[in-house]
Design a protein around this ligand. Sequence first.
Ligand code: AKG
Ligand code: FE2
Length: 303
Amino acid sequence: MRLYDEDFQGFSDALGSSFRRYGFAVVADHGLDEAVIEAAIDDAKAFFALPEAVKRAYHVPGIGGARGLTPFGIEAAKDAAAVDLKEFWHVGRELPAGHPYRQYMRDNVWPTEIEGFRTHLYGMFQAMDDLGRKLLRAIARALGLSDDWFEDKVDMGNSVLRMLHYPPVPADAPGVRAGAHEDINVITLLLGAEEAGLQLKDADGRWLDIAPPPGALVVNIGDMLQRLTNHVLPSTTHRVVNPAPERRGFARYSTPFFLHFNPDFEIATLPSTITPDRPDRYAGQSITAEEFLLQRLREIRLL
Ligand SMILES: O=C(O)CCC(=O)C(=O)O
Ligand SMILES: [Fe+2]
């Protein structure tokens, strides 16, 4: 991010080439306020430490896990046989009364047990939302679009902050903490991946460990941006594998921010990404961000 201010073109080139190559990039000096991050993570840890029955009161069935708690053992990767070994809390955008997007975004739910939870978690949502929009300016530059191209398409996006808890894994546990999947959204900003396990599937099919330095931000392309760019920016398959025996007794906490388009944005292939070598994969198939999201939530058993 130092480069972002000093040499925006250089930053955009570096980010763009990492995304084209891996669908992922690591931003070490992201500039997010550490106090904001720490307050949110401390509150999430305190929430997950509550008794199961108390936590379950914040599970809202039938809304695709959009808000509140999704308990352990519910989400599964698309087409996966086993469920993921995780529970998570979702925070979404707060909209003023009467806002037209209220039909797509429901109110947040907030636990009363943890003092400051709402302020801290929403503070983190806003910090990630701001940083995400900032990174999208560099992505726009890398795609040859005007720097502010994404601005009015994500300013009221249906984005979600996910506070994830993977409990300690028993020595004989089968499976993985999170099965192989692609993210649905535009870009994902992930903190907390320094606790080992996150892997991406490289173009040649090999799994590569993502081992960011402590505190670094991992950013990846989601299906919506892959589709918009006719796969110039790939939405790379990733997973979280179970830890080595000596780390099985430790929980893993990570916090992806899934940045989404505004719900009524029509995802139609960018003309500049269609070439003779790369014909339009989605010719005549534009779809709104909301329709696309609903399709995917059904596939991962959240709806
Ligand atoms: O926990 C992680 O490091 C990654 C989580 C993830 O990929 C997801 O929730 O979509
Ligand atoms: Fe993911």
